[in-house]
Design a protein around this ligand. Structure first.
Ligand SMILES: Cc1ncc(COP(=O)(O)O)c(C=O)c1O
Length: 383
């Protein structure tokens, strides 16, 4: 398979040649920890122990790399395991990193509660404001600029190309968490980012049945260093999880098209709704990042956040009144989810610079019949 193939083709074929032994069209689940050697050091295909490499994981890693347009990808047990591996590879104790003022709460917790103990220092910056990022880079030597776009949960848009330039001029790496967009909608390495992070738990897996993470980079030397840490610290994706993720990836493009269509209709309905104070969706022309999103994304994604005029308690009550939108954390599965970030996914940022508004509701818009989804939201807001 070559990188000239289209995205949908790569999603179905990259890393997934029919099994040479049986012709099985889907990579088998190599549920195995160790491999027979043909004499000491005589490895078959490079496999010796499944923490270091496993054929089902290799298939997933090759596919992830192809989808991000890079030679190497690494698959982890979770998005957080991927993030931890990345930072402890590219940073040393004493280094300074910049993180977004709007990001997944668990990412903030990793920096604020775990990596600071290891000696890392971090600053918080609005990553949609390139001038602010440049100012902070000029003020202090920084090893990494960490960006989400769209951000979780406020759906801000960061200009990847401009931030890559700013980071590189200051001698920093640009890391992009591409979880919300997925590689189908946005390919940060092509815009200048150094490393892409994924929680594959979300759109890549796509069915709310597996937790996983990924790192992808175009830099071969960095990929070797990341693979070394991955093996040394061991947060790898298991064979069955790799297989499930790969199964999800095959339909990523078709699912994302539908997620985006449904989310746009949901955002438009909410924007007209009298109970809604503000809709945060980069697909709406009123969104401050709309133009940048149009330039760097194929479409605007399946996540929609909105604020209620009636405040926090009304938001909490509305989250409990939906019939089809399931009240739950996570996102990116085929089924629609609703949550209250302040008390759920982002409880860990309460009292920090990343605190989210109490009247905020976040939707992961699924691929159900959109009329049913709109009716469900209308009845929950009327309730
Ligand atoms: C944007 C983003 N990055 C990273 C993560 C962490 O991934 P995981 O839950 O797979 O560890 C999440 C989880 O919600 C997320 O939303």
């Amino acid at each position: 398979m070559t990188h000239q193939d289209g995205f949908e083709t790569l999603a179905i074929h990259a890393g997934q040649e029919p099994d040479p032994l049986t012709g099985a069209v889907v990579p088998p689940i190599y549920q195995v920890s160790t491999y027979k050697q043909d004499g000491v050091g005589g490895l078959r295909g490079g496999y010796e122990y499944s923490r270091s490499a496993n054929p089902t994981r290799t298939a997933l890693e090759q596919c992830l790399a192809a989808l991000e347009g890079a030679p190497r990808g690494l698959a982890f047990a979770s998005g957080m395991a991927a993030e931890d591996c990345l930072i402890r590879t590219v940073c040393s104790p004493g280094d300074h990193v910049l993180i977004p003022d709007d990001a997944y709460g668990g990412t903030y917790r990793l920096f604020a509660r775990v990596l600071t103990g290891w000696g890392l220092d971090y600053g918080v910056v609005p990553v949609f404001d390139v001038a602010a990022v440049r100012e902070r880079l000029a003020a202090r030597k920084t090893a990494v600029v960490w960006v989400e776009t769209p951000t979780n949960p406020l759906l801000n848009i960061a200009d990847i190309r401009a931030l890559a330039q700013a980071a590189h001029e200051a001698g920093a790496l640009l890391v992009v968490d591409n979880t919300f967009a997925s590689p189908y909608l946005q390919q940060p390495l092509g815009l200048g980012a150094d490393v892409v992070v994924h929680s594959t738990t979300k759109y890549l897996g796509g069915h709310s049945d597996v937790v996983g993470g990924a790192l992808v980079t175009a830099d071969g030397e960095l990929a070797d260093r990341l693979a070394f840490t991955q093996n040394a610290t061991g947060g790898v994706a298991g064979p069955f999880d790799s297989w499930l993720t790969l199964r999800g990836i095959r339909t990523l493009a078709a699912r994302m098209d539908r997620h985006c269509r449904n989310a746009m209709r949901v955002a438009q309905m909410l924007a007209e709704h009298p109970a809604v104070a503000e809709v945060l969706y980069p697909g709406l022309p009123s969104h401050p990042g709309h133009k940048t999103a149009q330039e760097q994304m194929r479409a605007f994604g399946g996540m929609v956040s909105f604020r209620l005029l009636a405040g926090e308690e009304a938001a909490v009550r509305a989250c409990g009144r939906t019939r089809l939108f399931t009240l739950g954390e996570s996102l990116g599965g085929v089924e629609s989810l609703i949550e209250h970030p302040g008390r759920m996914t982002h409880a860990s940022v309460t009292g920090s610079a990343l605190e989210v508004p109490g009247d905020l509701i976040r939707l992961s818009v699924g691929i159900e019949d959109c009329d049913d989804l709109l009716d469900d939201l209308r009845q929950a807001l009327a309730g």
